[in-house]
Design a protein around this ligand. Structure first.
Ligand code: 5GP
Ligand code: MN
Length: 319
């Protein structure tokens, strides 16, 4: 059921023992939103933990994310820990890994900005017009009458900045900028945040350069793609940044990154300037936004490459 932001705030205020989670492969929005709400709820004296079923990138150490965020623990007997409320951020319940196996919440609240959210949770606040889940959290904290401390400002600004490509993508609105300005006044350190988020080990920069050499320009230059089979994927510890580099190619609309994950499983990331890639992602059970989406393809490398290129070609032709 969809609820208002006021009702979301009331659910949080009513709960005492709260687990906050977000999507696997957590990004700045997932981590920043989670830590922002956690600080706020802890200041109200509640027992709050953040539990995400994945590794936390060391880039977010400036938020102490790796120390604070726990992984779910699945007991041998499969008993679940009872909690008052599970708050799912920046995704619906299908991308939280084993968190649902570890906890038995009396209530589940979902706050998200993905247009493809299936509205499957009992209480959902969804706003696809918000640039980031962190932007919704910013409004929620105001709605709840909370004071925004420096810790909260740092976390929420990180979510806003990362989901908007540091305020460059078209999801950036006047409201996003006003929220960011307010967070800066409350202690968010923009320079420190951008440096920390973008820092990469030397080997990753070299790996990116090698992967960039394999870019293919297809459909008369309207699509740029990098396709990493197992051998290519195993030489890279991260593909972060590749898709953003492709986005800058003049004349291109869609960028796609296909990456081996395990045998017959490939991850797809898509970005676009005009084409709605959330529909392509949703057609393969993935999701996201019109201009940034992703999915998983369970097939061999050549078939996966052909399948995604065919679907993107059709989506571009619809424009
Ligand atoms: P990225 O390419 O950065 O992994 O993801 C781009 C956007 O699509 C993000 O908002 C992300 O949450 C969403 N997304 C990526 N993969 C999936 C997926 O498999 N399922 C869903 N529902 N959303 C995804
Ligand atoms: Mn987000």
């Amino acid at each position: 059921m969809r609820i208002s932001l006021k009702e979301a705030g009331e659910l949080l205020k009513a709960a005492q023992n709260i687990i906050i989670t977000a999507h696997v492969n957590p990004d700045g929005d997932a981590i920043g939103s989670s830590l922002g709400v956690m600080h706020c709820l802890r200041s109200l004296g509640k027992r709050v933990r953040v539990v995400i079923d994945d590794d936390i990138p060391s880039n977010f150490a400036f938020l102490h994310a790796g120390d604070i965020i726990e992984k779910p623990i699945i007991t041998a007997g499969g008993e679940k820990e009872a909690v008052d409320l599970l708050l799912i951020l920046d995704t619906s319940s299908e991308r939280v890994g084993k968190v649902l196996e570890a906890f038995s919440p009396s209530q589940i609240l979902n706050i998200d900005h993905h247009v493809t959210n299936p509205l499957a949770c009992p209480a959902v606040y969804l706003d696809p017009d918000s640039a980031a889940t962190a932007e919704i959290i910013y409004r929620l904290l105001h709605e709840m009458g909370m004071e925004i401390t420096k810790d909260i400002a740092m976390a929420v600004y990180t979510g806003l900045a990362t989901d908007t490509g540091f305020f460059r993508f078209p999801n950036t609105t006047p409201f996003t900028m006003r929220a960011a300005a307010d967070l800066l006044e409350r202690g968010a350190e923009s320079g420190l945040i951008s440096e920390a988020v973008e820092a990469k080990p030397f080997a990753r920069v070299v790996g990116m350069a090698r992967a960039l050499e394999t870019i293919e320009l297809l459909y008369d230059g309207r699509l740029a793609g990098i396709f990493l089979d197992r051998a290519a994927a195993e030489t890279l510890d991260s593909t972060e940044g590749l898709i953003d580099a492709m986005r800058t190619i003049e004349g291109s609309d869609v960028s796609v990154l296909l990456k081996w994950k395990e045998d017959n499983v490939f991850r797809v990331s898509m970005r676009s300037k005009n084409t709605d890639v959330s529909k392509v992602a949703a057609s393969f059970s993935g999701g996201g936004h019109a201009r940034a989406a992703g999915c998983t393809l369970k097939m061999g490398f050549s078939e996966a490459k052909m399948t995604i290129l065919d679907a993107l070609g059709k989506a571009m032709a619809e424009k």
